[in-house]
Design a protein around this ligand. Structure first.
Ligand code: SF4
Ligand code: SF4
Length: 103
């Protein structure tokens, strides 16, 4: 069996050259079943719209079509990858219920 080709990583010149996330926003069909413990909350005042979170979200649930980014909590599993990758600290993980939001 042939081995897969290893391609040398080349840093993209533009954010447009990055590959899309695992799913396009709006393609998941199974809603979060309620096991999320923490939810990501975006501080739109701090957000510099670098789209890093959009690119790394494994479920593609961050919507960039509006003026500000929005998270579709029906599908977000609360993994925290977006908060970890946000370099300006614009995303905080809040325990469900602590910010006044129910699941
Ligand atoms: S990673 Fe942070 S700063 Fe960048 S778009 Fe997402 S929330 Fe905004
Ligand atoms: S917590 Fe995980 S699933 Fe939810 S928006 Fe962030 S990266 Fe996506």
């Amino acid at each position: 069996m042939e081995r897969p080709l290893v391609v040398k990583f080349k840093r993209p010149d533009s954010i447009r050259d990055y590959p899309c996330g695992a799913f396009r926003v709006g393609t998941l069909v199974q809603e979060n079943s309620g096991w999320r413990v923490f939810r990501p909350v975006i501080d739109t005042g701090k957000c510099i719209k670098c789209l890093r979170c959009f690119l790394v979200c494994p479920d593609g649930v961050i919507d960039k079509s509006g003026e500000d980014l929005e998270i579709d909590y029906r599908f977000c599993k609360g993994c925290g990858v977006c908060a970890y990758e946000c370099k300006v600290g614009a995303i905080v993980m809040m325990r469900e219920g602590d910010d006044g939001n129910a699941r």
